[in-house]
Design a protein around this ligand. Sequence first.
Ligand code: G
Ligand code: G
Ligand code: MN
Ligand code: NA
Length: 255
Amino acid sequence: HELQERMDAIVGNGGFALRYQPVVDLATEEVVGFEALLRWPDDPRGTVPTEQFVALAEETGQIASLGAWVLRNAAAGAARLQATTSGPAPYISVNVSARQFREADFVDQVRAALDTPGLRPGSLQLELTETVLMRRDKQIDAVVQRVKDLGVRIAVDDFGTGFSGLRYLREFPVDVLKIDKSYVDDITVDTRQFALVEGIVRIARTLGLDVIAEGIETPEQWALLTSMDCRFGQGFLFARPLVPDQAAALLDGPA
Ligand code: G
Ligand code: G
Ligand code: MN
Ligand code: NA
């Protein structure tokens, strides 16, 4: 459990890193927001994959302090990005794991993040996976409602990869569907995959939800998504997860 000890030390030193991947309006390529992505800090022994240490942190309970660190730092990073632009304020989207969502002080952590000086009201979004929505109960519903009341938007991450059915879309105050990369990958070669993505886009529009296609890597994928009126996207075609200075460079400068 060497990794576990190293993680404790890093959280203690505030030493993780965040990258910011732009979300763009597919019609205009304008950056409308960023997804905060957690990275193990550079160390001589190489970098640990995020899935791996997030999963470990969930098992050990360290996700509580790690998640709090992410929320705080993503909010501070977003406030700095928003201060660099005279254009519309980009939002910040933060991944929240199932166990983090159940921490007793989660709503307080969100409230604290929203109190970050300079962070524009309404510019925080939380990404929940279908796993969270699948295991919904009174506690989860109450937490979602409380963060929604604080003006936070709720996105369903990795949409289409869970076994959650669609019922929660009717019962749950979701704002955004993020179409998983695995659906986007084959839309240019597989007409069934194309039809599925088109169907998701239509469901989102009918329900009044925003939709973001994830993992766009080619101009052909971009063109097809635009042709089906998928409004937003992210992926390596537009930008990889960026350090703050690179992210700021994509925004209009100060007036
Ligand atoms: O950035 P990357 O592709 O390596 O992310 C791998 C996985 O880790 C993704 O599923 C992503 O949602 C998750 N992830 C990235 N950052 C965070 C974070 O801050 N908190 C949580 N819980 N998961 C994250
Ligand atoms: O589970 P989630 O959707 O949060 O995962 C986001 C992860 O996907 C991030 O780690 C990010 O680095 C990765 N990612 C984002 N865009 C692309 C892309 O175009 N191609 C690939 N291979 N990975 C991507
Ligand atoms: Mn995500
Ligand atoms: Na995803």
